[in-house]
Write a protein that binds this ligand. Structure first.
Ligand code: RTP
Length: 157
């Protein structure tokens, strides 16, 4: 399992329904692959309300909470859930996503390149080691859903 602060650090990254609808799944996966991170978990699903409520539990008192959960769970498009592994992947994953509000996201980031609206910001990434552990456990429970494997990026000549 993931060990924060090492090459085995892991984070949970999701492509939200608008990102899937817009055909951005391969771009987002490609950015993490090309950076050298290792994909160790991947699934496509329409999350249950219970899952979305738990995932966003910290935001339950916010005025946008009900709309956020509906957007994630209404099934108009699914979510891609992923676990990525590698050095500093929690922090760097957030850097690659760009600022939560896309209006503040820099060019070259996923949000900075593809969106403008905070409520439709395409992607999610765990914001700390604690969140990563919680979210990976929430989205990936089944046996064999996360795979340890040796990538040819683990060691270069
Ligand atoms: P994320 O987890 O999705 O990467 O975003 P975050 O932690 O940087 O930001 P957070 O404040 O936890 O917000 C989570 C998600 O809630 C939606 N949101 N909508 N004013 C709004 O309508 C509003 N504010 C936040 C976004 O989808 C945001 O990513």
């Amino acid at each position: 399992h993931g060990v924060p602060g090492t090459a085995k650090e892991r984070t949970f990254i999701a492509v939200k329904p608008d990102g899937v609808q817009r055909g951005l799944v391969s771009d987002i996966i490609g950015r993490f692959e090309r950076r050298g991170y290792k994909l160790v978990g991947l699934k496509l699903l329409v999350p249950s309300k219970a899952l979305a409520n738990e995932h966003y539990a910290d935001l339950s008192s916010k005025p946008f909470f009900a709309g956020l959960v509906d957007y994630m769970t209404n099934g108009k498009a699914p979510v891609i859930g992923m676990v990525w592994e590698g050095p500093a992947v929690i922090k760097q994953g957030r850097v690659m996503l760009g600022a939560t509000d896309p209006k503040a996201a820099g060019p070259g980031t996923i949000r900075g390149d593809y969106c403008l609206t905070i409520g439709r910001n395409i992607c999610h990434g765990s914001d700390s080691a604690e969140s990563a552990e919680k979210e990976i456990g929430l989205w990936f429970g089944g046996k064999g859903e996360i795979v340890n494997w040796a990538s040819n990026n683990d060691e270069w000549v």
